[in-house]
Ligand binder design. Structure first.
Ligand SMILES: O=C(O)C(=O)C[C@]1(C(=O)O)C=C[C@@H](O)C=C1
Length: 304
């Protein structure tokens, strides 16, 4: 018999720690299954738009879990690795409650969003690459995917995907998260963020952004819209504008005189029925203006 060395003792300690972590994972799984049962008895709030499938994903709760852990984190183990582990875990746990699949905009020459989606939803979730953001949104609407991952909107997009989310139906798919939530790591592709779309409600976490669609029937400058939003207590952080008539094809030849749809990001949580939305519609005077919530997201972590 050879004597036990200090290395043997340390490895024995590691085995005990691994057992404890593993036991806790199995215990957590049992609790998540019980949460799934409770959620399954909730009314229409958990039903995906038009598909009848229950959606168990709760991005606001996931963000709150990670923020809480980051606030208590200390020591030499990298915070980014904690987020990575929890991201893999959380989707695995969500899948204990019901079916979960991701459709990601990742054409052959642009694989970056695949990496971002895989980092967020884990390496074992069923994930399909599609060639257009619209196809990803369709997959959510027809129930073949739970979540669509699409590029963060850009103002110069002449045919923006977000126009498909402009609707007053509160149970339709909407923006629920911004990715990456915990840093990009070694993900490939250009440095563009993504948004996750799903048929779950936008819920507050204490540090949120909200997205509004604002349809305007006539001539209305961005400056005027910005002033109006601010005066209603809705501080805008960015605008994307879509002219349904198109810039080049507008019969009047003027893209800015016709109707326009704006996607405005607000630096606050805005929920359905928020009185600021009604105030905004009222304040536009004689110009018809329709405001809808397009969802929102918990502000991602800044891990330095
Ligand atoms: O809190 C819930 O609603 C859960 O279902 C649990 C849990 C988790 O693993 O912590 C799983 C899925 C949700 O997206 C959020 C959190």
């Amino acid at each position: 018999m050879t004597a036990r060395t200090p290395l043997d003792d340390l490895r024995r300690e590691i085995d005990q720690i691994d057992d404890a972590i593993h036991d806790l994972l199995m215990r957590r799984a049992a609790v998540v299954e019980r949460i799934g049962t409770v959620k399954g008895t909730l009314p229409a709030a958990v039903q995906a738009a038009g598909t009848g499938h229950a959606v168990f994903l709760r991005p606001a709760r996931e963000a709150t879990i990670l923020r809480r852990l980051m606030a208590r984190h200390s020591g030499s183990f990298p915070a980014q690795a904690v987020v990575r582990i929890w991201r893999e875990m959380i989707t695995a746990f969500t899948r204990l409650q019901g079916p979960f699949a991701v459709a990601v905009y990742a054409p052959e020459d642009r694989r970056g969003f695949w990496d971002v989606a895989r980092d967020h939803f884990g390496s074992f979730v069923p994930m399909t690459a599609v060639n257009t953001p619209a196809a990803a949104l369709r997959a959510v609407s027809d129930g073949t995917a739970t979540v669509a991952v699409v590029p963060y909107p850009a103002d110069d997009d002449s045919d923006p995907w977000w126009r498909f989310l402009v609707s007053s139906d509160v149970s339709r798919p909407q923006v629920v998260a911004r990715l990456p939530f915990g840093g990009r790591g070694n993900g490939r592709g250009e440095n563009r963020d993504a948004l996750a779309i799903a048929a779950v409600p936008h819920e507050p976490t204490g540090d949120d952004r909200s997205l509004l669609s604002i349809e305007i029937g006539g001539d209305f400058s961005r400056g005027r819209l910005k002033d109006m939003l601010e005066s209603c207590g809705l501080p805008p952080v960015s605008f994307c504008t879509w002219h349904p008539a198109g810039h080049a094809t507008s019969p009047s030849g003027s893209a800015h005189g016709g109707p326009s749809v704006h996607l405005v990001e607000i630096a606050d949580f805005v929920g359905h029925g928020d009185p600021r939305l009604a105030a905004l519609a009222e304040r536009s005077g004689e110009i018809p203006l329709r405001v809808n919530l397009v969802g929102g997201y918990a502000v991602p972590l800044h891990l330095g």
